[in-house]
Ligand binder design. Structure first.
Ligand code: NDP
Length: 264
């Protein structure tokens, strides 16, 4: 069995990732929500392979508590195979820099850029745990294959790409800054983690039919005409294919949901 942790799974793409993962009977899923009792879609997924954890990524105590709870839930001696950091907020969709609310920007930075560091750091000991050796492989090959399969995935956006993000004033300005920072976090930290066999990816899920994706309908149709919105199910399935296919040699990479590379 492999274990995936999906951070921010109450709705949207995070919830769709959980649904897709549960289709594979060899996968255990730990799904987090900041308020599980306000996540009916997640609660409805009754599966013995799903555990739901409470985790507000902006609350340090909550992060540490969730990491301890995850450790207690994992089968003895085994760790996490993949951590997907999906949680994010987009709070200032069409605000030019001169009108940005700094307190709101700080909230965006906390959720989108600072919290990923804290969450990954808290769960890293579980990602580093080796898997119990299988009966068919030597301990050396088992260790190598485990290390090559361990992944950290940051769900980002092509709006965080320095080259791709539109320069038109006022479009998701602070969100783009947050996601660009997330890219640098992934690229620098992921390069170090690669040395111990952990594959770090950053992923653009497409323009997706979720609360966040729908909040930018007007400006997407104006500034990216011809781009179609995809369903959360399609995005999640294609993102998981990219994650599964990625090898340690690919790290650190910025992929889109269709497997193409996004420029940094
Ligand atoms: P939604 O707004 O639909 O969902 C956001 C998720 O993040 C929710 O589960 C939400 O939980 C969670 N979240 C936000 N703040 C916190 C917090 N403090 N603690 C824990 N969880 C939190 O967004 P999407 O599903 O559309 O986006 C998912 C990811 O995809 C994000 O990283 C986003 O930036 C990225 N993305 C989305 C695109 C799109 O078109 N939709 C395009 C490009 C990138 P809660 O229910 O508690 O609020």
């Amino acid at each position: 069995m492999r274990t995936y942790l999906v951070v921010g799974a109450s709705r949207g793409i995070g919830l769709a990732l959980v649904v897709e993962l549960l289709k594979d009977p060899t996968i255990l899923v730990l799904a987090t929500a900041r308020a599980p009792n306000r996540a009916p879609g997640l609660q409805a997924l009754s599966s013995s392979r799903l555990s739901i954890l409470e985790l507000d990524v902006t609350d340090a105590t909550s992060v540490e508590r969730a990491a301890s709870a995850a450790a207690a839930l994992l089968p003895a001696g085994s760790g996490l195979d993949c951590l997907i950091y999906n949680a994010a907020v987009l709070l200032q969709e069409v605000t030019p820099f001169e009108q940005v609310d700094l307190a709101v920007f700080q909230q965006e930075l906390l959720t989108n850029t600072v919290a990923p560091l804290h969450v990954v750091r808290a769960f890293l000991p579980l990602l580093r745990l080796p898997h119990p050796p299988s009966s068919t492989s030597s301990s050396l090959s088992s260790d190598i294959s485990h290390r090559q399969s361990t992944k950290i995935v940051f769900v980002s956006s092509d709006l965080g790409s320095l080259e791709v993000a539109p320069t038109k004033a006022g479009l998701c300005e602070t969100y783009s800054v947050c996601k660009a920072g997330l890219g640098m976090l992934a690229r620098k930290w992921g390069t170090t983690l690669k040395e111990e066999g952990i594959c770090t990816l950053i992923l653009h899920p497409g323009w997706v039919d979720t609360d966040m994706g729908n909040s930018i309908n007007i400006w997407m149709s104006e500034h990216r005409p011809g781009l179609s919105k995809i369903s959360a199910t399609e995005s999640a399935a294609r993102c998981l294919r990219v994650i599964e296919d990625a090898r340690i040699e690919d790290a650190v990479a910025f992929y889109a949901y269709d497997g193409s590379r996004v420029p940094w």
